[in-house]
Design a protein around this ligand. Structure first.
Ligand code: PEP
Length: 251
């Protein structure tokens, strides 16, 4: 049950987004049953309403738990928000920060993402930092400059490799069934790896996210510098998530 990210085993993070009710526990049970012998670390980020209950219900299973967002401050007058300390208190080990849906729906900037990352690490957890270009930016030929800026502004100058995971999620690929070509992903991940190496963060896993599922996991998860995946839709059903997990078993 690795909580510290490593590049030696694939890391698959399921992001349930705003999906799931108490009855969804059956999916997690089915998932947990299928994890024996899995050759990947599996982290699940259910909605906040289910997080604490799932952590208790699945104690001892080869699953680690994360949240999908947090506030940058430890406590205070922020109605409706949840702090990193509160998430750590219920047993979460990771928090997604800067997902494109939060950047879009809540106008989160790179500076805000950076503050949230600090909060997650302050609470002793791993920050899963998301970056990715829009379709418009891609069509303008700006993929690498856009990612470079997001990376530079969202990460601190000194990156704590034991508490950071980077997820490359092209915005146009999320939930659309479209994915970049293998060559495009290899180019981006190679670029991100170089940037991380240059700031002493060689150990930070780089996940690919965006319509990763049973039909493409076998080739996507084998690409150079792809250390795992951030998986939305396909993580909602145990059957499809397990197919993705099994793709790490082959070869
Ligand atoms: C995501 O939300 O991070 C994601 C990758 O979603 P999907 O797998 O559905 O594209």
């Amino acid at each position: 049950m690795a909580e510290k990210p490593s590049r030696t085993r694939p890391l698959l993070v399921g992001n349930w987004k705003m999906n799931g009710l108490r009855a969804s526990e059956a999916e997690v049970s089915a998932l947990a049953k299928g994890l024996d012998g899995a050759r990947a670390d599996i982290w699940l980020c259910p909605p906040i309403t289910l997080l604490s209950h799932f952590i208790g219900a699945f104690k001892g299973k080869p699953l680690s738990w994360g949240a999908q967002d947090c506030h940058a401050q430890e406590s205070g007058a922020h109605t409706g928000d949840v702090s990193a300390e509160m998430l750590a208190d219920v047993g979460a080990v990771s928090v997604i920060v800067g997902h494109s849906e939060r950047r879009r729906d809540h106008a989160e900037t790179n500076a805000m993402v950076r503050s949230k990352l600090s909060a997650v690490q302050r609470a002793g957890m791993v920050a899963i930092v998301c970056i990715g270009e829009t379709l418009e930016e891609r069509e303008r030929g700006d993929v690498l400059p856009v990612l470079e800026k997001q990376l530079r502004e969202s990460l601190p100058e000194e990156v704590d490799g034991s508490k950071t995971v980077l997820a490359y999620e092209p915005v146009w690929a999320i939930g659309t069934g479209k994915v970049p070509s293998g060559d495009e992903i290899v180019e981006v991940h190679g670029f991100l790896r170089e940037r991380l190496d240059a700031c002493g963060a060689a150990g930070v896993p780089i996940l690919y996210g965006g319509s990763l599922g049973p039909s493409n996991a076998d080739w996507l998860l084998r690409l150079d510098n792809v250390d795992g995946g951030l998986i939305g839709t396909a993580s909602l059903k145990a059957s499809s998530f397990l197919e993705v997990i099994r793709a790490c078993q082959q070869g």
